[in-house]
Design a protein around this ligand. Sequence first.
Ligand code: FAD
Ligand code: EPU
Length: 360
Amino acid sequence: MHLDQKVSLKTLHTFGMEVEARYFVEAKTHSEVLTLLNYRHMIHMPILFLGGGSNVLFTGDFKGIVIRINSKGIVIREEDQTHVHVTAEAGENWDEFVQYCVNQGWAGLENLSMIPGKVGAAPIQNIGAYGVEVKDSIESVQVVDISTGKQRRFTNAECQFGYRDSIFKRELKGKVIILNVTFRLRKIDESHDERISGLQGDKVAERSLLRLDYGDIREELENMGATVPTIRSVREAVCNIRRRKLPDPAEIGNAGSFFKNPVIDREKMELLQPVFPGMPFYPQSPASQSFKIPAAWLIDQCGWKGYRSGDAGVHTAQPLVLVNYGNSTGLQVLSLANQIMDSVYQKFGINLEPEVNVIS
Ligand code: FAD
Ligand code: EPU
């Protein structure tokens, strides 16, 4: 392992700001992560554990040590006729892992295709897209406590998953390192399904428990001519939609949705609906006592879509995504985020909560 000084982080996070770490080290294996922890009592400066850098905003240089987790490995723990239990190390690239699972015929993660980042960060904000959250497939998460060096395995229930939320984003933020994640995925022999049963598209989907109901997935599958949906075609459909809707960080710096979609209670909903009859809303269980409102719509209504100040901006097609057109600083993006939050609050009385981790 190499401890380097004054390392540029520009290419190591998707917002692409020109910031540097005072010290930088990459842990390429599980045991290198543990070795680094043995030195924790000698490190008297802030520590940042970095995965793919796709959910962080640096407001300036990081005046401490950045430890980049790059441990690799995928191991089958257990397998029966219907399910496989597979463990992936924290430094595995998320989308490559999803692709691997799809190739094996293991269902569960295909709707989460093309989300940037590493496996280790996936449970932290319980990544979600196209009607699926990673919690639906996580069996357990192995962590090491930074202050004691003790390892512990969290069951799915102990992770306290919620919408873009988990115990790792709250009580345990900065206190543990996620070492690996174990997933429980369904084994699907799609060719077998099709061959022996001759089922039509929707029936196969139902048997395979594919999730096709969110957004434009069915329409995209139709456009692709995929009459019998499979985990492969669902992955492809999701990738096509994402390429159309979201900016590619290789071209325009961004960290995906900057804010979470707010959830409001029934009372608030009844106040807002007569004033804004066109406001989209999604009832949340239990018993529809709360409603998720698309933050993109709220921001759009406040006139921010396509706004640009210097190199900081609001994406032209998806106003929930703040962007760096090249030379923006993190503080400029943060200032824009604060202006957006103020205007949404003034117009709708709704507080937007950032999804991105602001690192100062
Ligand atoms: P990083 O940005 O490196 O880290 C995020 C946080 O986790 C930091 O606080 C870091 O310190 C901590 N951390 C990272 N690894 C570890 C570890 N092993 N142990 C302890 N702490 C750790 N998210 C979604 O949920 N759904 C989407 O559809 C989605 N789409 C996106 C599209 C784009 C174009 C972009 C840029 C981002 C998108 N995101 C989405 C957000 C992002 O991809 C996810 O949050 C992803 O899980 C972040 O992974 P990462 O490895 O890049 O984490
Ligand atoms: N909308 C507008 N104007 C626009 C664009 C969208 O009003 O210009 C409204 C529309 O009502 C649209 C709604 O916003 O129906 C939702 O838009 P979209 O389908 O793009 O999804 P989102 O709610 O903005 C969420 C996640 C994404 C995830 C997609 C797909 C959050 C915070 N964001 O976005 O996750 O990929 O759904 O499931 O939940 C991320 O977390 O970084 C992320 C990209």
